[in-house]
Design a protein around this ligand. Structure first.
Ligand code: HEC
Ligand code: CU
Length: 374
C-alpha cells in the first residue's frame, strides 16, 4: 500500500468508528443532560468553549492548508521579504492577540459567574446531606432528620446492565429544593461525582467541603467516585433518586418509621436465639464487613485478617465485641459503635462466631453490647 492510500484507510476507519459510536443513543457524543441550573450553566460553558475551539480549529487548519498549497515551493514561490512592512503585516501581530484576549474574556465572563454561584452559600438549604466516602461505599446522613443511608454497589447478578452503576440504597432527594451537600471521607480521599445534578469537590478525611444544587427534574442520576481511592475505587458507584417533594416527604416518613421500629426492637430486652442472630448477621456482614474480610471470611493475606478460625472471632467474646465496637486505631478496622445498633452488632458478631466453620455456638445478645458500650 502506498503512503497516501494508508493514510486514507486510517482516516476512513476513524470516521467509521465515530459514526458507529453515535448509533448507541445512550453513549451519545456529548455529556449527559444537566438537570440543575448550575450544572446547566457549566454545560453551556462547555458548549461555548467547544464551539469557539472548533471555529478556531477550522480557521487555522484552513489557512495552513491554503498556504501550503498556494505558496508551495514546487510552484517556484519565493517568500515575501517585506511582508512585515505592509499594513496587514504590521497590524496582524497586534490584532491576533487582541482577538484572542477578547475570546478569553468571553469565556472567563461566563465562567466567573458560574464560579461565584458555586461558592454562594448565602441561601438557606432546604435539605442538608452529609456525604461520607469510605473504602468502598458511600454513607448519607440527612442532617435535619434521623436518617442514615449506607449505599453499597450491587453485585453483577443483581445489577444486570447497570453493573458498576447500581447500588442497593440510593440517595433520595426532592426536586425544586435547595440541597446542600457536606463532603467528607472516613479513610482516604474520595470524590462524590454526579455530573447531571452537581459539580464536584473532593471528600477529604477531617475536612468538610460544601456543594449545592437544585434539581429540576425527577429521575435517576448516576455517578461514581472520581478520586482514586484504592483497589475498590471502581466499586463505589453513586445513584441519586430525585422525586417530587410530596413523594420525598412520604419516603422520609416511611424511613423514619422503619428506623424507629428498628431502634425499638434493638433496645427491647428480648433474648434472641443463635439462629435469629445468625440470619440477621449474615446480611449485615455481607454489606458492611465483606469488602475487607471477604464473603467467605478469609480476608486478604497481609492486608485484612481472615476471620476463619481467627483468635478473636473464635476466642474471648469481650475482645471480639471490643474490636468491632471500637475498631483498632491506625488500621482500616473502623469503630462500628456509631454505625450499627446493638442488635445489628450482636447479630454480626454472632454470625462471625458461627460462620465458615467457626462453630463456637455463641449467641451474643444486644444486652452484651449495651453493657460493653458503657
Ligand atoms: C475497611 C476494611 C475493614 C472493614 C470494612 C472491616 N474490617 Fe474488621 N478488620 C480490618 C483490619 C485491617 C483488621 C486488623 C486490625 C489489626 O491490625 O489488628 C480487622 C480486624 C477485625 C477483627 C479481628 C480479627 C483478628 O483475628 O485479628 C474482627 C473480629 C473484625 N475485624 C470484625 C469486623 C466486622 C464485624 C466488620 C463489619 C461490621 C469489619 N470487621 C469490617 C479491616 C476491616
Ligand atoms: Cu472512592
Amino acid at each position: 500500500m502506498s503512503k497516501s492510500k494508508m493514510i486514507l484507510a486510517v482516516l476512513a476507519s476513524l470516521l467509521l468508528t465515530t459514526l458507529a459510536g453515535t448509533a448507541y443513543a445512550d453513549y451519545a457524543l456529548n455529556f449527559p443532560e444537566p438537570v440543575a441550573p448550575l450544572t446547566q450553566q457549566m454545560y453551556d460553558l462547555h458548549m461555548l468553549t467547544t464551539k469557539i475551539a472548533t471555529i478556531i480549529m477550522v480557521i487555522v487548519i484552513g489557512i495552513v492548508a491554503f498556504v501550503l498549497i498556494k505558496f508551495r515551493k514546487s510552484k517556484g514561490y519565493e517568500a515575501d521579504q517585506n511582508f512585515h512592512k505592509s499594513t496587514f503585516g504590521t497590524w496582524s501581530w497586534t490584532l491576533v492577540p487582541i482577538i484572542v484576549l477578547g475570546i478569553d474574556l468571553t469565556i472567563a465572563g461566563s465562567a466567573t459567574d458560574a464560579l461565584q454561584q458555586v461558592e454562594d452559600y448565602s441561601q438557606k438549604a432546604d435539605v442538608t446531606v452529609k456525604v461520607i466516602g469510605s473504602q468502598w461505599k458511600w454513607t448519607y446522613e440527612y442532617m435535619d432528620d434521623d436518617i442514615r443511608i449506607v449505599s453499597n454497589m450491587l453485585p453483577k447478578e443483581e445489577a444486570g446492565d447497570n453493573y458498576l452503576r447500581a447500588v442497593d440504597n440510593p440517595l433520595v432527594l426532592p426536586t425544586g429544593k435547595r440541597i446542600r451537600f457536606l463532603h467528607t471521607a472516613s479513610d482516604v480521599l474520595h470524590a462524590w461525582w454526579v455530573p447531571q445534578i452537581v459539580y464536584k469537590k473532593d471528600s477529604i478525611p477531617g475536612y468538610i467541603n460544601e456543594t449545592w444544587t437544585n434539581i429540576q427534574k425527577e429521575g435517576t442520576y448516576r455517578g461514581q467516585c472520581a478520586e482514586i481511592c484504592g483497589t475498590g475505587h471502581a466499586f463505589m458507584p453513586i445513584v441519586v433518586e430525585a422525586v417530587s417533594p410530596e413523594k420525598y416527604e412520604a419516603w422520609k416518613a416511611e424511613k423514619l418509621m422503619v428506623a424507629e421500629a428498628a431502634a425499638a426492637e434493638a433496645s427491647s430486652d428480648k433474648t434472641w436465639t443463635k439462629d435469629e442472630l445468625y440470619a440477621r448477621g449474615e446480611g449485615l456482614y455481607n454489606t458492611n464487613c465483606s469488602g475487607c474480610h471477604q464473603v467467605n471470611g478469609t480476608g486478604m493475606p497481609g492486608v485484612f485478617p481472615g476471620l476463619v478460625g481467627s483468635k478473636i472471632a473464635t476466642g474471648d467474646i469481650d475482645a471480639h465485641i471490643n474490636i468491632v465496637l471500637n475498631g483498632k486505631a491506625g488500621t482500616a478496622m473502623a469503630a462500628w459503635a456509631a454505625q450499627l445498633n446493638d442488635l445489628e452488632l450482636a447479630a454480626v458478631i454472632t454470625y462471625e462466631r458461627n460462620a465458615w466453620g467457626n462453630n463456637t455456638g455463641d449467641a451474643v445478645q444486644p444486652a452484651d453490647l449495651k453493657s460493653a458500650r458503657k
